[in-house]
Design a protein around this ligand. Structure first.
Ligand SMILES: *[C@@H]1O[C@H](CO)[C@@H](O)[C@H](O)[C@H]1NC(C)=O
Ligand SMILES: *[C@@H]1O[C@H](CO)[C@@H](O)[C@H](O)[C@H]1NC(C)=O
Ligand SMILES: *[C@@H]1O[C@H](CO)[C@@H](O)[C@H](O)[C@H]1NC(C)=O
Ligand SMILES: *[C@@H]1O[C@H](CO)[C@@H](O)[C@H](O)[C@H]1NC(C)=O
Ligand SMILES: *[C@@H]1O[C@H](CO)[C@@H](O)[C@H](O)[C@H]1NC(C)=O
Ligand SMILES: *[C@@H]1O[C@H](CO)[C@@H](O)[C@H](O)[C@H]1NC(C)=O
Ligand SMILES: *[C@@H]1O[C@H](CO)[C@@H](O)[C@H](O)[C@H]1NC(C)=O
Length: 658
């Protein structure tokens, strides 16, 4: 008894000590949290150790923790003169308290200088704050790039409804955020979405921007939703000048005083069971007051009718997806052979019916259709604003439609009516390559001869895009699901030229909009947003290895080991066991040709982009078996390479899914 009594306090002390230890461990590991994302701007110049620039940077950033400007969650200062001048901007999320803001920025400064050693310009984002510095003047200027996107791959249950509610919420938050003052441009709020969900969203600009600049930045961020976050429930988009986040779980502090949040923030409004009612709910509320006034029935009727007309008109103006209205304005006649009438497409796709839906690409759903002359088409219904005016859009479509090659899916035309933007493509009967090669049964039907033909066809299509067409298109999202197959299993590349149709600066080869698909993206594209023909070559190399092995690069496993296909292929090739890579369901075909393809694939995925061959030499290598191939060097991601540090921020997107 006594023992036990004595034990109790001491064991509780042990437990509390353990807890303390645990907390210390946790706080130690969280003391150096990783950025959600960061960019080191390699091309903007380097400083040397202990140079004047280095000293100025240190001085500037160390004043962060003592500066009172941070009390507003925004910090903009510069240090030094002339070419050694350093400018820095720090911004915390609008609802973050000054002390957390200070410590977030303090963490950022340590990590950013560590992650981007000697880089004159860098930018990093944490959950609660953003820090950037540069030798350029960065105050009072709207900078929409670089951009990062983080998402969780969970689809909203009622996608169209979800997107509608989200759009309305973001539109209203956008106005509130951009009309903020010079200390804070921030808005957060929530709205009742379909399936009992509440959508929480947040928008923020750096407050040194003008109202117009802030608005421009947010419009771009909102249109970036199309890139990867369309229809998903969780997403973050960050730009130097503004950021956006939405989620179906609450993530911001709605009690923060400065948050001009919606009234529904404390307790989410009761979800509506009838999903059709959500979009009109607000409007009927406001008109309800009018109707409640006691007036003769006749007046009420007149009022009701006019309100109905008004609501319908507004609904039609706003609605993006709903074309169930019977009357459709037909005032836009085809101005040239490429322009389709909306009605024609609607009839052809049976009013965009679910049965006609072929799938969804990065820019919106794709429907199968049949024109009255019997021609089959595929219609891509662009989901949101491309950020481009009608004329520019038409001009770009005309250019992209001129790209014609047997290994490209042909763009037949477009439709531009009201807010709808549709792209009309030739219909390619078989499904995409991923449907075949990653399926253990279906891929058995793809013998080596077919696979070799597919590899060759993709190479030719890509060569045309890169070098032979007058536009010199870089695809940027080349992957097995973007390769369609016709009746004879000829490959056709789809989704090319999308960067032209959406506002992306193609001229400088560095948009910093990382929009590719993880697993296919070249390291320089993931890390610095640099794309070039060589980043397409990298994606091509990944596809070649996937076609040979019948395995996905991401999520590849062999026995117990989980590693990526590229590393597996390289190790085996190096150790002379390259035949381990070959899909064993493929039991015929020239061994030499297969090994040669693996070799070419490995040349394409080399870390150093200068070492990767261009498409012209790849086509040559595939055609001429006598050509001696160079020895490939190590692919990226194999051992701890410099850049590996940013990968976990992408894993963030998948970690939350389970
Ligand atoms: C910033 O540094 C780069 C590289 O050293 C230099 O080319 C550029 O002119 C500098 N910009 C300013 C505004 O000093
Ligand atoms: C700066 O240094 C990085 C590596 O530390 C290098 O990749 C980059 O090319 C350098 N930039 C310039 C402009 O010299
Ligand atoms: C800033 O971070 C450094 C290094 O992590 C730490 O030593 C220092 O105490 C921090 N300062 C503040 C004010 O948090
Ligand atoms: C989300 O929806 C798209 C098509 O609408 C589908 O291709 C994708 O597999 C879905 N993702 C998940 C995780 O359900
Ligand atoms: C920093 O931002 C504030 C508020 O936006 C502005 O009034 C001030 O002039 C800026 N400071 C510098 C050094 O640009
Ligand atoms: C925008 O601001 C207005 C006025 O402060 C407020 O009534 C409204 O709820 C805000 N909207 C959102 C979505 O937060
Ligand atoms: C919504 O409206 C459509 C057509 O107007 C109807 O088919 C559907 O059943 C409605 N959904 C609900 C939940 O009422």
């Amino acid at each position: 008894m006594v023992m036990a009594m004595a034990m109790a306090p001491s064991s509780s002390r042990v437990i509390s000590q353990l807890l303390c230890l645990l907390f210390t461990l946790i706080s130690h590991t969280t003391a150096q949290p990783s950025f959600l994302y960061h960019f080191c701007m390699n091309d903007k110049g380097n400083y040397t150790e202990n140079s004047a620039y280095h000293t100025n940077l240190n001085t500037l950033l160390s004043t962060l923790s003592s500066n009172t400007q941070i009390d507003y969650g925004f910090y903009n200062f510069s240090q030094g003169q002339g070419s050694d001048k350093v400018n820095a901007i720090g911004m915390c999320r609008g609802d973050v308290k000054p002390e957390s803001c200070r410590s977030c920025l303090n963490d950022s400064r340590v990590l950013l200088m560590h992650r981007c050693p000697n880089q004159k310009e860098a930018i990093g984002w944490y959950d609660n704050c953003m820090l950037r510095y540069s030798n350029r003047s960065i105050f009072d200027t709207m900078e929409p790039d670089p951009t990062y996107l983080l998402w969780v791959g969970i689809n909203a249950t009622d996608m169209n409804q979800f997107i509608q509610v989200l759009r309305n919420l973001l539109e209203s938050l956008r106005t509130n955020a951009s009309s903020g003052d010079s200390l804070k441009k921030y808005a957060a709020g929530s709205a009742a979405g379909p399936s009992f969900q509440t959508i929480f969203a947040l928008l923020q600009c750096t407050p040194d921007l003008s109202e117009q600049e802030c608005d421009d930045c947010l419009v771009r961020a909102i249109s970036n939703i199309n890139d990867r976050c369309y229809g998903l429930t969780k997403c973050r988009i960050g730009k130097p000048s503004c950021n956006l986040r939405f989620d179906t779980s609450p993530f911001y502090d709605s009690t923060a005083d400065a948050s001009p949040s919606s009234p529904s923030k404390e307790s989410p409004p009761p979800p509506v069971t009838n999903t059709n009612a959500t979009s009109t709910k607000g409007k009927s509320n406001s008109t309800g007051i009018v109707i409640a006034v006691v007036v003769p029935i006749f007046v009420v009727l007149v009022l009701l009718i006019s309100v109905c007309i008004f609501i319908r008109a507004r609904k039609r103006k706003r609605s993006f997806h709903n074309h169930n209205d019977t009357e459709v304005d037909n005032e836009i006649e085809p101005i040239d052979s490429l322009q389709f009438n909306f009605d024609t497409i609607r009839t052809a796709t049976n009013n965009f019916s679910e049965e006609n839906k072929l799938g969804r690409g990065g820019f919106g759903p794709v429907y199968k259709g049949k024109l009255s002359n019997g021609r089959e088409i595929a219609v891509k219904r662009l989901s949101m604003n491309s950020g481009q005016g009608d004329t520019e859009f038409k001009n770009e479509v005309l250019l992209v439609a001129k790209l014609q090659h047997r290994n490209l899916v042909r763009l037949l035309g477009f439709c531009l009516e009201r807010k709808e933007r549709l792209l009309v493509y030739e219909f390619v009967p078989n499904k995409s390559l991923d449907y075949f090669i990653f399926d253990p049964i279906k891929r058995a039907h793809l013998d080596w001869e077919k696979r070799y033909k597919i590899i060759g066809g993709i190479a030719k299509g890509l060569l045309y895009l890169h070098e032979d067409s007058r536009l010199r298109i870089i695809h940027r999202d080349l992957k097995a699901s973007n390769i369609l197959l016709d009746e004879e299993m000829n490959p056709k590349i789809s989704d090319f030229g999308m960067a032209r149709l959406f506002l992306v600066d193609q001229t400088q080869g560095n948009t910093n909009r990382v929009v590719g698909t993880y697993g296919y993206m070249a390291p320089e594209y993931i890390m610095q947003g640099q794309f070039s023909v060589k980043s397409d070559v990298f994606s091509f190399g990944v596809m070649v290895l996937e076609i040979v092995s019948g395995q996905k690069n991401s999520g590849f496993h062999k026995g117990e080991d989980v590693e990526d296909l590229i590393s597996f292929a390289w190790k085996n090739w190096r150790d002379g066991t390259a035949s381990n890579i070959i899909d064993h369901t493929m039991n015929n075909g020239s061994r030499n040709e297969i090994l040669r393809c693996i070799h070419i694939g490995l040349l394409c995925v080399q870390e150093n982009l200068a070492d990767r061959p261009n498409m012209a030499s790849i086509v040559l290598m595939l055609n001429s078996h006598s050509l001696t191939l160079p020895v490939p060097s190590k692919p990226p991601f194999l051992v701890d390479s410099r850049g590996l540090s940013t990968i976990p921020s992408w894993e963030y997107s998948s970690r939350e899914t389970d």
